[in-house]
Unconditional design. Structure first.
Length: 151
């Protein structure tokens, strides 16, 4: 039996699902918590592009499912990366209205090995924390991960 390699994380965000969804999909809002430039086409097959993520990398993929304020599914990978190339993994995000805010459930599947899972888990923990701050109306500040070797 092969164990599927994936990252699963949950976080409670002190903002309604519509606000959190906007911070996941609106390029101007995305760069308040992750990256330096973003482009999104919010439809199945539409582009997901994020530049300037940790170590100044470029993330690229395509949306597969867009259910406004509730769910996003998109392929994901890194330009110039043989282990996790663009579109090689899958990110699923569900936003659940809970306790006056939003419970965000994220699964990142299709990663090739335990090292990539560990690196992406660390990256997701960092960026979901920054997302929670931004969506709640707080400034997460400059991203300390930009320009460093973190995944």
């Amino acid at each position: 039996m092969t164990e599927q390699l994936m990252v699963r994380q949950e976080t409670q965000i002190a903002a309604p699902p519509a606000t959190v969804f906007a911070f996941l999909t609106d390029p101007e809002k995305i760069i308040s918590w992750m990256g330096t430039e973003a482009k999104t086409e919010m439809r199945p097959g539409g582009i997901y592009l994020l530049k300037g993520v940790s170590n100044r990398r470029v993330a690229r993929g395509a949306f597969r499912e867009v259910v406004p304020v509730h769910r996003l599914v998109y392929s994901f990978g890194w330009d110039d990366d043989e282990e996790v190339p663009p579109g090689s993994s899958l990110i699923e995000i569900d936003l659940i209205d809970r306790d006056g805010g939003t419970l965000l459930r994220m699964t990142h599947s299709g990663l090739p090995n335990a090292a990539e899972c560990a690196g992406h888990a660390k990256g997701w923990a960092h960026y979901l924390g920054r997302l929670g701050m931004a969506a709640a109306g707080r400034n997460p500040g400059a991203d300390p991960g930009v320009g460093k070797g973190d995944t």
